[in-house]
Design a protein around this ligand. Structure first.
Ligand code: NAD
Length: 288
């Protein structure tokens, strides 16, 4: 039986949205919650809310695109709670646009947060989980956009596909240490992801608010719609706990999206059929 009581989870991008609500659900299981986020004000509010509800929670400001931030956040986690047993690599941002219009700086931003943030988080926290020998959990937050690419979503889809792939590799790599790996792949969830640029660091161009983007280009207002009509973040928290109990690797939250996965599989099957029919490839000779 899954027993999380008294264990500690570190969550990146945990001040609001999906990360916060997974943390809230884990707090109900008796976990110590260390929320981290780039936004200190929202983080402070989130930590206070959890504490007022009687949960053991602390916070640390941390930009996942900076390895040193994760290192000092890990030190604080150990100083406060002694050990860490679970890492949720949740922080993520999105940029949308035609492939020839997305600025290199925005590519760098999304790569550094969504991909390198996961790499840094894992490199910093897995040794801490291995050091106490009690095992642990690593949950990477990818997306259905990591299962099948979406037009105009290049950097987001590429990084989420990379997170799925990393998770698949780490599943077997970390099993001998007793660290269970899962990858969460939601479709639309009601959050402020459409307003990701509110947190864009100066070195990538600085923050811009979604409302200001829409003022300049009203057509982009449609980007908000599928997110704000998505499922509630609380449901994702419940679903993650259910999947942890079942020791699931893939954590899906939108079963109606199975078609997306089937599309990828059938495209691949078609590609293999074409390879079978190829005139230039050597074919294994049938055994007599
Ligand atoms: N909302 C959706 O529809 C959806 C769908 C699939 C996957 N996801 C993924 O879920 C995760 C959480 O997103 P969300 O929907 O809750 O969005 P959100 O914008 O509500 O929350 C993201 C959090 O990450 C923080 N953050 C941003 N940049 C950061 C950085 N450099 N370092 C640390 N923290 C940073 C933000 O301050 C915010 O608190 C992301 O990885 C996102 O890609 C979201």
């Amino acid at each position: 039986m899954l027993d999380l009581k008294g264990k500690t989870v570190f969550i990146t991008g945990g001040a609001e949205g999906i990360g916060y609500h997974i943390g809230h659900r884990l707090a109900q299981e008796g976990m110590n919650i260390m929320l981290s986020d780039i936004d200190p004000l929202v983080l402070d509010r989130a930590v206070k809310t959890l504490q007022q509800e009687g949960f053991k929670a602390e916070g640390v400001q941390c930009d996942v695109s900076i390895r040193e931030d994760l290192e000092s956040a890990a030190q604080k986690t150990i100083a406060v709670f002694g050990k860490v047993h679970m890492l949720i690599n949740n922080a993520g941002v999105s940029v949308t646009g035609p492939q020839n219009r997305i600025r290199e700086n925005d590519w760098r931003w999304v790569l550094d947060v969504n991909l390198m943030g996961v790499v840094y988080g894992t490199q910093v926290f897995v040794p801490l989980m291995q050091s106490h020998g009690e095992g642990g959990w690593l949950i990477n937050v990818a997306s259905m956009a990591g299962i099948l690419g979406v037009s105009y979503g290049g950097p987001y889809c590429a990084t989420k596909a990379a997170v799925v792939s990393l998770s698949e590799g780490w599943l077997t790599e970390l099993a001998p240490s007793g660290i269970k790996v899962s990858v969460l792949c939601p479709a639309f969830v009601k959050s402020r992801i459409y307003d990701s640029m509110r947190n864009r660091q100066e070195r990538y161009g600085g923050p811009i608010h979604f409302d200001d983007i829409v003022k300049k280009n009203p057509k982009l207002a449609v980007l908000k719609e599928p997110v704000v009509t998505g499922i509630d973040t609380e449901i994702v928290g419940h679903r993650v706990l259910e999947a942890l109990s079942n020791e699931d690797f893939y954590i899906f939250t939108h079963p109606e999206m199975r078609e997306i996965m089937d599309t990828r599989f059938s495209n691949m099957t078609q590609g293999f059929n074409q390879a079978d029919a190829s005139l230039v490839l050597d074919k294994p000779t049938p055994e007599s």
